[in-house]
Design a protein around this ligand. Structure first.
Ligand SMILES: *Cc1c(COP(=O)(O)O)cnc(C)c1O
Length: 394
C-alpha cells in the first residue's frame, strides 16, 4: 500500500493548497441555461462562443451523418478509417482558410490537443534534434506537450515580447526554426501580436504555428479566425483551428501549404496512430461551417461583440481586475486560489456557473474567475451576472 499512500498524501497536498479539481455533471446540452447536478444554472464557462453546440440544424446533420456513415470510423486514417465525410470537410476547411495561406490544404484531427502534438512533432521531424522551437510563455498545455514530444531545442519567449524573440531568432543557426503561439490566450483573452510575429518569421525563414482555438469561428468578418482579423497571408503559416469551441462540435484541423499537410499525413505520429474520428462528426461540421460563414454567423458574432462591450462597460470592480481583452474570454484577476474558489462558489450558490482557474493552468498568484461569453447569451443574462459579480467584493 506504499504506492497508494504516496498518492493519498499528494491529494491531501492539493486540498491544502485549494488545488483539488472536481467535476460537475451537466445534465443538458451546452447552452446558457443548463441543468447541473439537478440545479438550473446560467452558465458563463463554455467555449461554445457562437452558441452552436446545441443548434438544431447541426444536431440534425449529426443524425444524418450517423445514418450515412454509421457510428465509428473503424480504423486509423491511413488504414481504412478515412471516409468521404472527412475528405469533404478537409476540402471545405482548406477553401475557407485559402485567402490566408498559399496552396492551402487542411487536415482534420480528433482533437486540438492531438493536432498540436502532430504539428510540432511533425514539423520538427524534418530536422530532428537540430530543430529550434520558439514557444510563447503563455502557450496552451497541448503546445507545451507538443514541444516535449518534438524533442526540438526549446526556447521560451516572454509574453508578447517580439523584440526578445527577434534576438533569439537572430542568434539561431538551426536548419528548421518554428515559432509557436496561441492567437487568443485561452486564460487571458488577449491577442498575440500575430502580424509582428509573422514579419519576424518571414525575415528569419521560420514557420509560424498559430493555435487559433479561441479565434476560429469567432474572429474575422466571416469567422475565418485570427488571420482574417489581421488580414494576413503567408506561405510560412501553419494554422490550427479547433472545431469543438466556436464550431460547436468536436475535433480540430491544421491548414497550411499542401506539401506541409502531405508531410504530416506521412510523418505525424499523433495523426497516424489513432482511430479516425467518427465520420458523422465531420458531416455535422459541414453544417456548422455553413452557419459560421453565413448571415447567421455574422449575426452571432455581432451579438457576441455587443455582450463583450456590455460586460466591460458595466462591471465595477474594486480590488479585483478585469483583464484587458476584446474577445469572448473575459477573466477577472483575483490572485489568491482560495479567494477565487470562494468567489466562484458564491456565484454558484446564486445560480451562476463561472469557473475559478488556478495554477498550474495559470501562473502562481494569478488565480482568476474566467467568464466566457456566448452569442446565445442575452443582454439580460449578462446583466444578471454583472449585478452578482459587482456585489461579490462587498
Ligand atoms: C482547447 C484548446 C486546445 C485543445 O483543443 P481540443 O479540441 O479541446 O483538444 C488547444 N489549444 C488551445 C489554445 C485551446 O484553448
Amino acid at each position: 500500500m506504499i504506492l497508494l499512500d504516496q498518492i493519498q498524501r499528494e491529494l491531501a497536498v492539493l486540498d491544502d493548497k485549494s488545488l483539488r479539481r472536481r467535476r460537475r455533471h451537466a445534465e443538458s446540452p451546452s447552452a446558457p441555461r443548463v441543468m447541473v447536478d439537478g440545479k438550473a444554472m446560467l452558465a458563463f464557462c463554455s467555449n461554445d462562443y457562437l452558441g452552436l453546440a446545441a443548434h438544431p440544424k447541426i444536431i440534425a446533420a449529426l443524425q444524418e451523418g450517423a445514418d450515412l456513415y454509421g457510428v465509428g470510423s473503424g480504423a486509423s486514417h491511413l488504414i481504412s478509417g478515412h471516409s468521404r465525410a472527412h475528405a469533404i470537410l478537409e476540402e471545405r476547411l482548406a477553401e475557407f482558410e485559402s485567402p490566408h495561406l498559399v496552396d492551402a490544404r487542411a487536415l482534420y484531427f480528433c482533437t486540438g490537443y492531438m493536432a498540436n502534438l502532430a504539428v510540432l512533432s511533425g514539423l520538427a521531424a524534418v530536422s530532428g534534434k537540430e530543430t529550434a522551437l520558439f514557444s510563447e510563455t503563455l502557450n496552451h498545455a497541448s503546445l507545451i506537450d507538443g514541444a516535449k514530444l518534438s524533442r526540438a531545442q526549446l526556447q521560451v519567449f516572454p509574453h508578447g515580447d517580439v523584440a526578445a524573440l527577434r534576438v533569439m531568432l537572430a542568434a539561431s543557426t538551426a536548419p528548421t526554426k518554428i515559432v509557436v503561439t496561441d492567437s487568443v490566450f485561452s486564460m487571458d483573452g488577449n491577442l498575440a501580436p500575430i502580424p509582428e510575429l509573422l514579419a519576424l518569421c518571414e525575415e528569419f525563414k521560420a514557420w509560424l504555428v498559430i493555435d487559433d482555438a479561441h479565434g476560429f469561428g469567432a474572429l474575422g468578418a466571416n469567422g475565418r479566425g485570427v488571420l482574417e482579423h489581421y488580414n494576413l497571408r503567408s506561405p510560412n503559416i501553419v494554422y490550427m483551428g479547433t472545431l469543438g469551441k466556436s464550431a460547436g462540435v468536436a475535433g480540430a484541423f491544421v491548414a497550411a501549404h499542401k506539401d506541409v499537410i502531405e508531410w504530416l499525413v506521412n510523418k505525424a505520429r499523433p495523426y497516424i496512430y489513432t482511430t479516425a474520428a467518427p465520420p458523422a462528426l465531420a458531416h455535422a461540421l459541414l453544417t456548422s461551417l455553413d452557419i459560421i460563414q453565413g448571415v447567421e454567423g455574422t449575426q452571432r458574432r455581432a451579438n457576441l461583440q455587443s455582450l463583450i462591450a456590455q460586460l466591460r462597460r458595466d462591471l465595477r470592480l474594486k480590488r479585483w481586475q478585469l483583464m484587458p481583452s476584446d474577445t469572448a474570454v473575459q477573466p477577472i484577476l483575483i490572485g489568491d486560489n482560495a479567494e477565487s474558489l470562494q468567489a466562484a462558489a458564491t456565484l454558484y450558490e446564486q445560480g451562476f456557473w463561472v469557473p475559478a482557474i488556478r495554477p498550474p493552468t495559470v501562473p502562481e498568484g494569478t488565480a482568476r474567475l474566467r467568464i466566457t461569453l456566448s452569442a446565445a447569451h442575452t443582454s439580460e443574462d449578462l446583466a444578471a451576472l454583472i449585478a452578482a459579480v459587482n456585489g461579490l467584493e462587498d
